[in-house]
Write a new protein. Structure first.
Lengths: 113, 115
């Protein structure tokens, strides 16, 4: 069965620290990859997405992610986090051409001012 | 209203009650989704409708009954729920299936508590 693993469940960082959140998936076919963010009290918002082409994708608020097909990974990065990045981050995988989306369990990020 | 809206935002119900959750999308999308978000578990895809036809049904108990009267509205009818059904129920919409640069847009969710 398809699955998505987010290895870090809770991450605490100081402002200006660098961030990398891991995401691995199990599916051998064509995939579309997403990172969503859920700020406290707000709904899920798309941070960035990968469909094809350049495996390094840039999203909003300075986030980027790299698709490494050989490692089935789509890790999220930000060089310098801010207090306002405190949120829960979800990785999701879609089997290309279908309506089926598989989400990871999420990573709660807390940034200390 | 813009985006995806859900009502009510909070719902408390007893196990013998019947209630409905409503979702409306104002994006002109063709597909709508119901997800269940429980603590410490991944979002679980429950149902998907495309152009009012159900295209995904992920082994959801029959006490959850979806309805999609048109491409802008989606309902989740609830009856004889169990306490373990307490969760955040999220609605989402997309223009089409995954790929072709389609992405999902989510509503704020309905926080359901079953007593």
């Amino acid at each position: 069965a398809q699955s998505v693993s987010q290895h870090n469940h809770h991450v605490i960082l100081s402002e200006a620290a660098s961030l990398e959140l891991g995401c691995n998936y199990s599916y051998g076919g064509t995939v579309n990859l997403f990172w969503y963010v859920q700020y406290p009290g707000q709904h899920l918002q798309l941070l960035l997405k990968y469909f094809s082409g350049d495996p390094l994708v840039k999203g909003i608020k300075g986030f980027e992610a790299e698709f490494i097909k050989s490692k089935f990974s789509f890790n999220l990065r930000k060089p310098s986090v801010q207090w306002s990045d405190t949120a829960e981050y979800f990785c999701a995988v879609n089997s290309g051409g279908t309506y089926k989306y598989i989400f990871g369990t999420g990573t709660r990020l807390k940034v200390l001012a | 209203e813009t985006g995806v809206t859900q009502t009510p935002r909070h719902l408390v119900m007893g196990m013998t009650n019947k209630k409905s959750l409503k979702c409306e999308q104002h994006l002109g999308h063709n597909a709508m989704y119901w997800y269940k978000q429980s603590a410490k578990k991944p979002l679980e895809l429950m149902f998907v409708y495309s152009l009012e036809e159900r295209v995904e049904n992920n082994s959801v108990p029959s006490r959850f009954s979806p309805e999609c009267p048109n491409s802008s509205h989606l309902f989740l009818h609830l009856h004889t729920l169990q306490p373990e059904d307490s969760a955040l129920y999220l609605c989402a919409s997309s223009q089409g299936p995954g790929g072709s640069y389609n992405e999902q847009f989510f509503g704020p969710g309905t926080r359901l508590t079953v007593l």
